[in-house]
Design a protein around this ligand. Structure first.
Ligand SMILES: Cc1cc2nc3c(=O)[nH]c(=O)nc-3n(C[C@H](O)[C@H](O)[C@H](O)COP(=O)(O)O)c2cc1C
Length: 202
């Protein structure tokens, strides 16, 4: 049997927590093992934008998410911001793909300059150095020159900049439809089958 696929999902403090939660749900349904990282600012955004009360500690958060999304035992693993011994901190242990969704402009900047000051930044740095898939989902408006320069630099390094900017050509009827538009794009990038959105021309 093939090894279960693994993805690192990092959630940072840009608006759009719904994108991250829906993506997590879809990854679990697709039987993907998820290494889940969340910043302190993202915890605040989740509390502001959703009904969910996420426990702050990694172990409790893993248990909560496992129950909430009916994941297999061990399918969702959560690592703290200074857990340098976790698999995502090293090229030998990290999954082959990482998504930062949503990606704050602060984390975008830190990744662009290789700061590695917390586990999210380090995991992204590992993805870049190992030439692995790194998908960044920024949300800000308007973008400053700094944001645009950082996105350009990251794109030139091989990262995919996939902004949280849903289209309207599928005639969305709800906020969920808008969220699914962006999540479908991320799943397409990861090569994971999705039925949230038809591909163009289908
Ligand atoms: C409710 C809320 C919404 C925010 N929205 C955004 C946003 O859309 N984009 C962004 O770059 N930062 C946003 N921020 C600011 C970031 O959370 C802040 O810059 C933080 O330092 C990012 O830290 P992190 O990258 O470690 O998550 C928001 C903050 C809050 C509390």
């Amino acid at each position: 049997m093939a090894e279960p696929r693994r993805v690192t999902l990092a959630v940072t403090g840009a608006s759009g927590a719904q994108y991250a939660l829906r993506l997590l749900e879809c990854l679990v349904r697709a039987d993907v093992e998820v290494f889940f990282l969340i910043s302190q600012a993202a915890q605040l955004v989740v509390a502001t934008e959703t009904e969910l009360q996420l426990p702050p500690k990694p172990q409790a958060l893993a248990a909560f998410l496992t129950e909430h999304y009916q994941a297999r035992a061990g399918q969702i693993r959560v690592f703290g911001k200074q857990d340098w011994m976790s698999p995502v901190a090293s090229g030998s242990g990290a999954p082959s793909a990482m998504v930062v969704c949503p990606c704050s402009t602060g984390t975008l900047s830190a990744i662009a300059c290789g700061a590695s000051n917390n586990l999210i930044e380090r995991a992204a740095d590992v993805a870049l150095k190992e030439r692995r898939q790194l998908i960044l989902v920024p949300r800000e408006s308007p973008y400053s020159t700094i944001h645009l320069e950082n996105m350009l630099r990251l794109s030139q390094m091989g990262a995919v900049i996939l902004p949280a900017s849903p289209g309207f050509y599928h005639q969305p009827q709800s906020i969920d439809d808008l969220v699914d538009f962006v999540v479908a794009r991320i799943l397409n990038q990861l090569g994971i089958e999705q039925d949230l959105l038809k591909r163009w021309g289908e």
